[in-house]
Design a protein around this ligand. Sequence first.
Ligand SMILES: [Zn+2]
Length: 298
Amino acid sequence: MLSFSTGNFKVYNIEEWQGEFASPEQLFAGFDASEFARFSKQIPHSFYRPESDRIYAFLQSWVIRAGDLTILYDTGAGNHKQRPGIPVFGGLDTPFLANLAADGLQPEDIDVVICSHLHIDHVGWNTRLQGQQWVPTFPNARYLLPSIDRAYWDPSNHGEKRPSTVGAEVNTNVFEDSVQPILDAGLAELVDDGHTVAPGITLTLNPGHTPGHLVLHLDNNGEQAMFVGDILHHPAQIFQPDWNSVYCEDATAARESRRRILALAADTGARLVPAHFGGAHFVWVERDGQRFKPCFGI
Ligand SMILES: [Zn+2]
């Protein structure tokens, strides 16, 4: 477990899964080998395995303790879920709740769950299997879900904007088993850009990866952190912000959001906490002429 502080807020990561995920060529839309060679030697082994040409990634949640409030940001892939579109995250049986307990937390202790976006690996532990039913894992929590994603990913919503072919395939079953039960239980609160969770804890809309993707901002006692979900999958996207993942829904908006977040991190000194980073699990960003470069901390 990693822990750090942002002002008086205490932050912990709760690990769910780690492993070699895909080659850079498979993960990044618009991958270019000669461009990757420009910076790949500056990427630590905990993020990229040159011997197998594989990105090394984590699934993890973040606990934020702010006074009496205990927040869980993103909920991984979950256990026992049927995931035909992305088998690596199907049928998992991980000790995620035991890892949470090792941090002194039972599911009942979580006050607020925040899903950065409604992709398969960010909503999974919203629910757990009880008999044949998916029930909320965190019964006392209000679940803050991006309202735009709620409409976009709901398979019964026949609105104008529909998920991409890749997005629809990878997220098969996800809304039904990990979002709808939260709506049905009356635990969901649909939120938008600028939502204040508590003093010093706000959400901003940064669309592109999904249309409703939310970034969580902590600001306390002069220190800042930004939990950026899938705005950044990997440090390669700090060196080359124009590379989207193949899971980004709107390529142009995803690039704009990534550049905006990197510039904000560089200009404010905020700690950046992406969803899937290994190593220290967070990063700082500096300007490097017209580009950006990561500073990997510990
Ligand atoms: Zn995602």
